[in-house]
Design a protein around this ligand. Structure first.
Ligand SMILES: Cc1ncc(C[n+]2csc(CCOP(=O)(O)OP(=O)(O)O)c2C)c(N)n1
Length: 635
């Protein structure tokens, strides 16, 4: 029997002799690799944090003590030792364990996460609640160096440092975000790790003193004398010390003999404390250590090699987006590209290779990314910001206040729009139409396939105002790609098939299944029109009203919540026109957060496959309608 099989809660862990922990860590790694190789998941980050997780649970007293995991995707070891070992094989599958922290799953998961940079704020809320309620447990935020690039972290530290409350932050530093971490904070942390920080501060102080005539040199001499004590002043965590935290570290977070004494010590300390822990991403699995970027969030892979089990047949939407941008940037020097810590995920790593000076990875800083782009646009450039739909939620005020109000030509590429699958409710991109289509000046489009995506990127790059393009995760349809890019007329939908009994207005990758539905209906003698909507905003009122008058039955299809979505926009068009006697069936997602599971099974469940769509449209049409006269417009 494995040691792991004897651990049903952290209490069992505490009973183990410390000398057994390396073996337990190894068993946990094997289990993570085995399950992730089948289900996919956040492999590299989870392998790196095993010892830290065990040490935290051995030293602290969860769930009484609250551990708040930032981003929430590094919790596989935590799940395995907090009573979820037997369900671990279901992780990320529909109905199974979530790949992230979930309060609904376990009292050991204190806060749900998925988006990075929330732990300090949430944990500080728990600190203040604890004190207000007269409780005395510890609150520990565990945050990665990548997440430390998120602005919200500093809003939290700002409050925490001044509050002087008992609060522990564990900075899990593996020098990686998904890709190599970026920015000045990251460089600062690296200097701490390599020990260069103290030397640099000393050299800079010396240089400064030399510039002061007469007294400079004697002061340098005096400074030498107090060098040892100066080390105390210019400790490695100066930045955090200045923010009101006691800085401890850096320590080796993959070695129990470093972790235990440190954590046991800080357990007794008061006030805000930051422990800087260095870990190795991918630790213990050679392919992940070698390639932590690809295996950060691995799709199912062969254990022997780390290679993905499936190779894509067609180019992904992401690849088409990025390659089109590169093609355009070769001709147009004004095009600049921006990613918020997702150069690989958005395809912009390719762009960065071609145009290193025109591509910016700003870290996990979506709000900044958008306003930064607005600044570029205000200076005459053509910035393209590629951010997943779900993460764009962070930058909403920036889109309104900095881009749309000024009508600046910023292109927002919303990758992973629609259902994204196994990452689940924090990651589905199903709210963007709702929050974008209400904004004046903004053009919002969605391509039916990858060929249309390239035309949309081109169209957006030529448009004198803000444009958002939402496109789905994964492979394209496999359609032929036009060699010449076309400028699409803004606000014009594409009538793919005419019909007289019903009109299906389909958005994005709902278009091809809708065409298949129309073909099936034809066999039953039902004549269905199919429209590729293309533009959610400005919406093609003319075509919608024309089809509404002719068919009296409209079906809208969108992979988005129904509330505020494209279907709602169609209802608005009918209401504004005063057109009654038209039945509308909206197909989309219900008013709920959608769980994790394979995209295909979620699409089936929520009615986006050809079969489910056909059933819905059939029953809608067969319900029949009294033919009403079209009333004359009032006013
Ligand atoms: C707001 C937001 N933007 C982007 C992401 C995508 N993302 C997931 S993990 C990650 C890197 C996190 O790096 P770090 O905090 O150092 O943790 P590590 O994976 O290295 O342990 C990124 C960019 C996210 N989860 N949230």
């Amino acid at each position: 029997m494995r040691l792991l099989d004897t651990i049903n809660s952290p209490a069992d862990l505490k009973k183990l002799p410390r000398t057994d922990l390396p073996l337990l860590a190894q068993e946990i790694r094997e289990e993570i690799i085995r399950v992730t190789s089948v289900n996919g998941g956040h492999l590299a980050t989870n392998l790196g944090i095993v010892e830290l997780t065990l040490a935290l649970h051995a030293v602290f007293d969860a769930p009484r003590d609250k551990i708040v995991w930032d981003t929430g995707n590094q919790v596989y070891a935590h799940k395995l030792i907090t009573g979820r070992r037997e369900q671990f094989h279901t992780i990320r599958q529909f109905g199974g364990l979530s790949g992230f922290t979930r309060r609904e799953e376990s009292p050991y998961d204190t806060f749900n996460a998925g988006h990075a940079g929330t732990s300090i704020s949430a944990a500080l809320g728990m600190v203040e609640a604890r004190d207000h309620l007269g409780q005395n447990h510890k609150v520990i935020a565990v945050i990665g160096d990548g997440a430390m690039t998120a602005g919200m972290v500093y809003e939290g530290l700002n409050q925490a440092g001044a509050s002087k409350k008992d609060f522990i932050v564990i900075l899990n530093d593996n020098e990686m975000s998904i890709s190599k971490n970026v920015g000045a904070i990251s460089a600062y942390l690296s200097r701490i790790i390599t020990g260069q920080l103290y030397t640099r501060v000393k050299e800079e102080a010396k240089h400064l003193l030399k510039t002061i005539p007469r007294i400079g040199q004697p002061m340098i001499k005096a400074a030498h004398k107090v060098e040892e004590s100066a080390k105390g002043f210019i400790g490695p965590g100066l930045l955090f010390e200045e923010l009101g935290f006691l800085y401890i570290g850096p320590i080796d977070g993959n070695r129990f003999e470093h972790l235990f004494p440190t954590l046991e010590n800080i357990r007794r300390l008061k006030g805000p404390i930051l422990v800087h822990v260095i870990t190795k991403k991918g630790k213990g699995y050679e392919p992940a250590e070698r390639n932590p970027v690809t295996l950060h969030a691995a799709s199912p892979f062969q254990i022997e090699t780390g290679q993905a089990r499936k190779t894509p047949r067609f180019p992904t939407y992401t690849q088409v987006f990025a390659s089109t941008l590169i093609r355009l940037a070769k001709r147009d020097k004004q095009i600049m590209a921006i990613t918020a810590a997702m150069p690989e995920g958005t395809g912009l790593s390719q762009f960065a290779k071609e145009f290193p000076d025109r591509c910016f990875d700003v870290g996990i800083a979506e709000p900044h990314a958008v306003t930064f782009a607005a600044g570029l646009a205000a200076s005459g450039l053509r910035p393209v910001v590629a951010i997943y739909s779900t993460f764009m939620q962070r930058a909403y005020d920036q889109i309104i206040h900095d881009v749309c109000i000024q009508n600046l030509p910023v292109v927002l590429g919303l990758d992973r729009a629609g259902l994204v699958g196994e990452d689940g409710h924090t990651h589905h991109g199903i709210f963007d139409i709702g929050f974008l289509r209400i904004l004046p000046n903004l053009v919002v489009m969605a391509p039916k396939d990858e060929n249309e995506l390239q035309h949309m990127v081109y169209t957006a790059s030529k448009h004198d105002g803000p444009v958002a393009i939402r496109y789905p995760r994964g492979e394209g349809i496999g359609v032929e790609m036009d060699s010449r890019l076309i400028r699409l007329p803004i606000g014009k939908a594409e009538l793919l098939k005419n019909g007289s009994d019903v009109a299906i207005l389909a958005l994005g990758h709902g278009v091809y299944p809708s065409l298949a539905v129309a073909r099936e209906l034809q066999k039953e003698g039902i004549s269905a029109a199919v429209v590729n909507v293309r533009f959610v905003k400005p919406i093609d009122r003319e075509l919608i009203l024309q089809l509404a008058r002719r068919t009296r039955r409209l079906v809208t299809v969108e992979e988005h919540v129904l509330q505020g979505g494209f279907g709602s926009a169609v209802l608005e068009v009918l209401e504004e026109d005063g057109l009654s006697g038209v039945e509308v069936k909206r197909i989309g997602l219900p008013d709920q957060f959608i769980e994790h599971g394979a995209v295909r099974s979620l699409r089936e469940r929520f009615g986006f496959t050809t079969e489910t769509l056909l059933r819905d449209v059939q029953s809608f049409v067969q319900a029949g309608l009294p033919k009403l006269e079209v009333p004359r417009r009032v006013g």
